[in-house]
Design a protein around this ligand. Structure first.
Ligand code: DHE
Length: 517
C-alpha cells in the first residue's frame, strides 16, 4: 500500500513537472489508447482479451490505481507495464480519459450477444462424473487473484480441477438444479458454462457490457443476466447459451433503468428484479402458467387466456428505489434495501404492494442475508456495509429483534441447518482479520477467530453436512481454511490466489437456509 501511494505521488509529481515545463501540452489520450490499448481492450473500450475500460468497470479501482496499473502492469496477467512507452503525463491523461463515460451507450442486443458466443469444440459430455467423489458435496472456490475457479472435493478437500474464468467474476455462480453444470458471471457481462462432471468448460457468451449477477430458473432452462449496461435483462437458454430474449428495462413511464440484481422465485416460476433508477420491482415469468392479470395487458383471446410472450413482465411500483433484496422462504415477500442505504421495505409479491418498513440503517447487504428458526419464529440476519452491526429481523412481524455489535462493517454471512452458529465477517477497517461466530439462539458472539492477523478474512461456506466451514484468507497469497464447524478448530489450510466466494453444490441447489440465494 505504501508502495502504491509513493508510486502514485511520483507519477503525479512527474505529470505536474511535465505540465510546468510544457505549459498546456496535454497528451492525446484517445490516440495513446488506440496505439497501446485498443488491440487488447477493444477499439470501443468494451473489452477484448482484456477487460472493458469504461467508468462502470473502472470505478471499482479507486484513486491512483488505474494510472498505476498502466504504468506498472498487472502481475500474473497479460497486462504489461507502459512506463517505458508513455510518460507520466500521458499515463495520467489516459487514466482520466478511461474514467470518462462513453460518448454513446453501446449497442448490445441479441445480434452482438450471439456473435460473442463460443462453444468449446473439444467439450465432451459424459454420462457420469469423471471423478469418484460425492457430486453433491463439491465446493467451488472463486479465486479472484488470477481469475480461476478451484473445484474442491468436499470430503477430502482435494482440488479436482482449476479452470480459468472470465476477468472479475462477481456474485454467486448458479448451478443447474441437478448440480451438474455451473454458470459463472463476470462484471464485464460474460457468462461461462462449466460441466462439473466432465471438468470442462462448455462455452461462454457476453450477455451484457457491465453486469450485476445471474439467476437460474427453477426448471433449469434459463439463466437471467442483470445488466447495468445496457439497461437490460438478458435471458439465455442454459442448453446452448443462446439468447432467448433481451428485455429492455424501461419503467411504466418509459424511463430506462439499470438492473440492481435478479433472483429466481421458484414457487412463482419467475425471476424477480430490483431496478436501480426507477421505483419499481419486476417479475419476469418463465413458467407455463403466468398470472392472468397484473401484466399491463389483457392476454385473453376469444375468452381464453393466451399469452403470446414466453417471458411476460409484471411491473410493481414501489414507494422507494430498491437496491439489493432478499426473499422470505415462501417467496411471497421481498425485503428490499433502499438505494440510499437507509432503511428498507417489504413488498408482498402476491398483492404487489408494500406491507412493512424495515429498520435497517447502515447499508444492509441483503444479498448476503440468511434465515434460521429462532424460538417459535424465523429470523433473517444481514450484515451492513457501513456499520459494524449485524441486524436480526423477525420475519413474522418485520421488527428488528437485535442489533449485534461487531468489530466492523461486514460483507458476508453464512450458516447451515446442522450448525448452531452463524459466521459473520468483518470486511472493512482495522479488524478485517476478524471472523465472528454467533450463537443462533442467544444471538451473542461466542468466538472471534483471527486465523491470519492483519489480513482480510471473509466469506464462509459449509460442506453439505455442515460439519466443516470453509473461510477465505482474501489475499493474493491467500488460502481457504477448513474449520471443524462444531469445535471451531482449524483442520486444513489450502493455498489459493485471493479466494473470494465459495459455493457448495448441495447447499445451493437445495436453497439451504444458511446460504444466500
Ligand atoms: Fe458483491 C454477491 C452487490 C461489491 C463480492 N454482490 C453480490 C450480490 C449482489 C452484490 C447484489 C448477490 C448476487 C448473487 O450472488 O447472485 N457487491 C454488490 C454491490 O452492490 C457492491 C457493494 C458494489 C459493487 O461494486 O458492485 C458489491 N462484491 C463487492 C465487492 O467489492 C466484492 C467483495 C469483491 C468482488 O469480487 O467484487 C464482492 N459479491 C461478492 C461475492 C458475492 C457477491 C463473493 C457472492 C456471495 C455469495 O456467497 O453468494
Amino acid at each position: 500500500m505504501i508502495r502504491h501511494i509513493s508510486s502514485y505521488n511520483t507519477l503525479k509529481i512527474g505529470a505536474l513537472c511535465s505540465l510546468l515545463l510544457t505549459g498546456t501540452a496535454w497528451a492525446d489520450a484517445p490516440s495513446d489508447y488506440a496505439n497501446h490499448c485498443a488491440s487488447c481492450h477493444g477499439e470501443t473500450r468494451l473489452g477484448g482479451v482484456g477487460p472493458a475500460l469504461i467508468p462502470e468497470t473502472l470505478k471499482r479501482m479507486r484513486g491512483p490505481r488505474v494510472a498505476l496499473v498502466i504504468a506498472e502492469g498487472r502481475t500474473a496477467t497479460q497486462m504489461p507495464a507502459f512506463s517505458h512507452e508513455l510518460d507520466a503525463l500521458q499515463i495520467e491523461e489516459l487514466a482520466g480519459w478511461l474514467k470518462s463515460p462513453l460518448e454513446t451507450n453501446p449497442e448490445w442486443g441479441e445480434t452482438e450477444i450471439m456473435a460473442s458466443r463460443t462453444l468449446d469444440e473439444d467439450y465432451n459430455p459424459v454420462d457420469a462424473p469423471v471423478w469418484g467423489s460425492d457430486p453433491m458435496n463439491i465446493t467451488l472456490v472463486v479465486e479472484t487473484g488470477d481469475h480461476h475457479v478451484s473445484v474442491l472435493d468436499g470430503n477430502t478437500f482435494e482440488v479436482l480441477d482449476r479452470f480459468e474464468t472470465p476477468f472479475a467474476v462477481h456474485g454467486g455462480p448458479k448451478f443447474s438444479p441437478d448440480g451438474r453444470f455451473v454458470f459463472i458471471m463476470s462484471r464485464d457481462g460474460w457468462v461461462q458454462k462449466y460441466d462439473i462432471w466432465a471438468l470442462q468448460q462448455v462455452g461462454r457468451i457476453r450477455a451484457g457490457v457491465n453486469s450485476r449477477n445471474i439467476a437460474m430458473s427453477g426448471d433449469g432452462k434459463w439463466v437471467a443476466v442483470a445488466n447495468y449496461l445496457p439497461n437490460s435483462l438478458t435471458l439465455l437458454s442454459t442448453g446452448d447459451l443462446s439468447v432467448a430474449k433481451v428485455i429492455d428495462v424501461k419503467g411504466k413511464k418509459g424511463n430506462p433503468s439499470r438492473v440492481s440484481a435478479v433472483y429466481q422465485a421458484p414457487p412463482r416460476e419467475s425471476f424477480v428484479l430490483a431496478l436501480k433508477d426507477v421505483p419499481e420491482i419486476w417479475e419476469v415469468f418463465y413458467g407455463d402458467n403466468p398470472p392472468q392479470s397484473g401484466l399491463g395487458h389483457d392476454f385473453r383471446i376469444e375468452g381464453q387466456f393466451k399469452n403470446p410472450d414466453p417471458f411476460p413482465v409484471r411491473k410493481i411500483t414501489t414507494p422507494d428505489y430498491l437496491d439489493d433484496f432478499f426473499f422470505d422462504q415462501s417467496y411471497e415477500y421481498v425485503m428490499g434495501a433502499s438505494r440510499d442505504g437507509n432503511g428498507g421495505q417489504v413488498i408482498d409479491l402476491v398483492i404487489g404492494q408494500k406491507v412493512a418498513d424495515l429498520d435497517l440503517p447502515g447499508m444492509p447487504h441483503l444479498g448476503s442475508g440468511i434465515t434460521w428458526r429462532h424460538g417459535d419464529t424465523t429470523v433473517m440476519a444481514t450484515p451492513h456495509l457501513t456499520d459494524g452491526t449485524v441486524s436480526v429481523i423477525d420475519m413474522a412481524t418485520w421488527e428488528t429483534v437485535k442489533r449485534i455489535k461487531t468489530e466492523g462493517p461486514g460483507f458476508f454471512m453464512r450458516s447451515h441447518e446442522n450448525s448452531p452458529y452463524v459466521w459473520a465477517d468483518v470486511f472493512f477497517g482495522p479488524n478485517k482479520d476478524a471472523m465472528h461466530v454467533i450463537d443462533k439462539q442467544s444471538l451473542e458472539i461466542v468466538k472471534t477467530l483471527r486465523p491470519a492477523p492483519g489480513k482480510t478474512v471473509a466469506h464462509v461456506e459449509f460442506t453439505k453436512d455442515g460439519r466443516h466451514a470453509l473461510v477465505s484468507i482474501w489475499e493474493d497469497d491467500g488460502a481457504v481454511i477448513v474449520y471443524d464447524a462444531q469445535t471451531l478448530e482449524e483442520v486444513r489450510r489450502l493455498p489459493m490466489r485471493k479466494p473470494s466466494g465459495k459455493y457448495n453444490v448441495w447447499n445451493k441447489i437445495t436453497f439451504s437456509e444458511g446460504t444466500s440465494h
